[in-house]
Design a protein around this ligand. Structure first.
Ligand code: SRM
Ligand code: SF4
Length: 629
């Protein structure tokens, strides 16, 4: 591919007349992700300083501290209890059994409580790694052929892919595109090897304080240049039959369109993203808009070109506005499309109707084809540890004994053991049962589909608990739903410790978003398919008061819902067409009072289409999803 290269990169420019952000300056001075990371490690320091903290992210490493002990330590005049989160890059979430076992071993040696944390983007994080163990952690992952480079930072992040291990043409195509993208968009800098693996330093001009000569930067990073992207870029590849990657939350999503076994091409969506900031009305969550369709050979190039437009025109002054969604909003879809078309020598064709999209969490025993089966294991909030439940030991035992051909991580923080004989699936279930691990068939839908982010005590941005708080909320909700006869109804509950949206709360039926310690904003109106944004229902609710806040609505749902109508859809119908917005901003008034007064007046009659889709493309609407869950 000749185009796109970094030759047109706006080096350390800001946005318009505005100065570049501190992070832009740190990137430019880092000499392709080197900074002084190696020196800090060599000198045995306890932590990294500011610019290196930014550089480290590109290596998949976050400097964190134990938020639980922060105040106490400050009062005692002690340093923060610092440690590191290490995130891997695992395209499409696919690991071999050996790689899974390597993660388990490494977590046992270096991570807090030996736990592994599956992420909402099909990856694994290790928390609590000491600074002195970082090199060994990365070296051992490298030996297992796993990299952490570009798991974080202003690059294309871990590419998500339809998780089903099915060996059909659609899944094969999706996996091939995801692999192609991961290879094409990986940073080329030798810094990762120098710092973590072989220690050999390649000295590059320009030096830290001379950023004017960019020729070496472009030579080493032909795509990313010296300042990489303005912000992260999240990409997913999927197909209508297995569309559970939350494609509308992605910066760029590709939806494979097949005719029989032939891959015709991909529908392209762009500009999704969920992060926003409380009380900052100019930040918003946005669903990706349909851009068009490109033929199969151009699938990788269309993403690389969108990334290049983002690289060249994204906001480099204000990181709150640096995501692709803001560029799309600033420019409008037509200008963005025109720029994309101008840069490529293939045609951007009209969006192809993909038909209904099917969401599948792949949990429990499933046929895989060719006499094989796979089994989806439910992992509460993605945490594989041995503390509350001996899940880590049970999975280690199962993977070591059964040697599944693949272990696939799903976008719902779960894990699939694949390529098994039917008898092995029986054995797996008995191992899980013996360890007391709940089987998917034993879970309520609310629990099964739930997601929570790590939040406290590791996340530096958390305002409240999530992973540690969701269990009690689910328990109370299950109780209420059971009493109302709704315990079998599919329902998504997602909880985050802040409005950044890491567990994708705004597209859930019920999204709980941390506002402060023990206080959550409640969003309603999404659904399992992730293609609807919710709206703010109530503010600052304590976890123990969530069910109470929802009770009138839950009662009305049990009474007046239409067949197949999920809570989010019911809420949207109740509110009719009067919900104000195409975008969800941080400045909304909560809707609870309006909804409750409607409920007192009686549920409005069905009017499914009245709720405007949050973002409707000029040339077509978002695809329909099976049912109205
Ligand atoms: Fe996230 C930042 C965890 C998926 C939006 N996210 C963070 C950090 C790194 C906090 C930080 O910057 O210091 C969190 C680490 C916490 C910890 O202790 O582990 C963190 N994000 C996660 C994970 C682990 C949540 C999970 O429960 O699985 C997910 C890791 C995915 C991966 O493997 O790469 C994760 N984050 C997401 C998603 C969901 C998705 O991508 O599908 C989103 C919403 C989509 C989006 O990007 O808009 C998301 N994370 C953010 C944001 C808001 C970004 C924005 O531009 O608005 C931040 C804050 C930031 O980047 O400054 C953030
Ligand atoms: Fe941290 Fe907020 Fe993301 Fe949760 S949503 S992991 S609290 S940044």
């Amino acid at each position: 591919m000749d185009e796109p290269t970094a030759t047109s990169t706006v080096h350390v420019d800001g946005h318009g007349d505005a100065a570049p952000s501190k992070v832009e300056r740190a990137k430019a001075a880092s000499r392709q992700l080197r900074g002084t990371v190696a020196e800090t490690l060599r000198d045995g320091r306890s932590h990294f300083e500011h610019d290196d903290v930014q550089v480290l992210k590109f290596h998949g490493i976050y400097q964190q501290d134990d938020r639980d002990s922060r105040v106490e330590r400050r009062h005692a005049g002690q340093e923060k209890a610092r440690s590191f989160m290490v995130r891997a890059r695992i395209p499409g979430g696919t690991l071999s059994a050996e790689q899974y076992l390597a993660f388990d071993t490494i977590a046992g040696r270096f991570a807090h409580n030996g736990s592994l944390r599956l992420t909402s983007r099909q990856s694994i994080q290790l928390h609590g790694v000491g600074i002195g163990d970082l090199r060994e952690t990365i070296r051992e992952l490298d030996e297992a052929l796993v990299s952490t480079l570009a798991a974080c930072g202003d690059v294309m992040r871990n590419v998500m892919a339809a998780p089903g291990p099915i060996d059909d043409a659609g899944h094969r195509a999706v996996r091939a595109i995801a692999r192609g993208l991961a290879a094409e968009m990986a940073p080329r800098s030798g810094a990762y090897h120098e710092i973590w693996l072989d220690g050999e330093r390649v000295d590059l001009a320009p030096t830290a304080d001379d950023t004017s000569d960019t020729s070496n930067a472009v030579a080493e990073e032909p795509f990313y240049g010296e300042t990489y992207l303005p912000r992260k870029l999240k990409v997913a590849v999927t197909l209508p039959a297995d569309a559970g990657v939350d494609l509308h939350s992605q910066d760029v999503a590709l939806l494979a369109i097949l005719d029989g076994d032939e891959l015709l091409g991909v529908d392209v969506l762009a500009g999704g993203g969920l992060g926003m900031t409380h009380r900052k009305a100019d930040t918003f969550a946005r669903l990706a808009s349909p851009l068009g369709f490109v033929r199969a050979p151009h699938a990788v190039e269309v993403v690389a070109t969108i990334a290049a437009i983002f690289r060249d025109h994204g906001n480099r002054s204000d990181r709150r506005h640096a995501r692709l969604k803001y560029l799309l909003e600033d420019w409008g879809l037509e200008r963005f499309r025109a720029e994309l078309q101008r840069r490529v020598d293939f045609e951007l064709l009209p969006w192809v109707d993909p038909g209904p999209l099917h969401h599948d969490d792949h949990l429990g025993p499933r046929d895989q084809g060719a006499g094989l089966q796979y089994y989806g294991v439910w992992v509460p909030s993605g945490r594989i540890g041995d503390e509350d439940l001996p899940l880590r030991s049970a999975l280690r035992h199962a993977v070591a004994e059964l040697r599944p051909g693949r272990v696939i991580l799903t976008p719902s923080q779960n894990l699939l053991l694949c390529d098994l004989e039917p008898a092995q699936v029986d054995r797996l279930e008995s191992l899980l049962r013996a360890a007391g691990v709940p089987l998917p068939s034993e879970l309520s839908p609310a629990r099964r589909y739930s997601l929570a982010c790590p939040a406290l005590p590791t996340c530096g941005l958390a305002l409240a608990d999530a992973e540690r708080a969701i269990g009690s909320v689910l328990g109370e909700l299950e109780h209420e739903l059971e009493a109302l006869g709704l315990d079998d109804e599919p329902l998504t509950v997602r909880m985050t410790g802040c409005p950044n949206g890491c567990a994708r709360p705004y597209t859930a039926d019920i999204g709980l978003v941390g506002r402060g310690p023990g206080r959550y904003d409640v969003y309603l109106g999404g659904r399992l398919a992730g293609d609807r944004l919710g709206a703010l229902y109530e503010q600052e609710v304590a976890p123990g008061a969530v069910v109470e806040a929802l009770r009138p609505l839950l009662h009305a749902w049990s009474r007046d819902r239409l067949p197949e109508e999920g809570l989010g859809a019911f809420f949207r119908r109740l509110h009719g067409g009067e919900l104000p917005t195409t975008l969800l901003t941080g400045a909304k008034e909560p809707l609870r009072a309006v909804v409750e007064s409607r409920l007192e007046a009686g549920t409005r009659k069905p009017d499914h289409d009245a709720w405007p889709l949050p973002v409707v493309a000029t040339d077509g609407s978002l695809p329909a999803v099976q049912g109205e869950r």
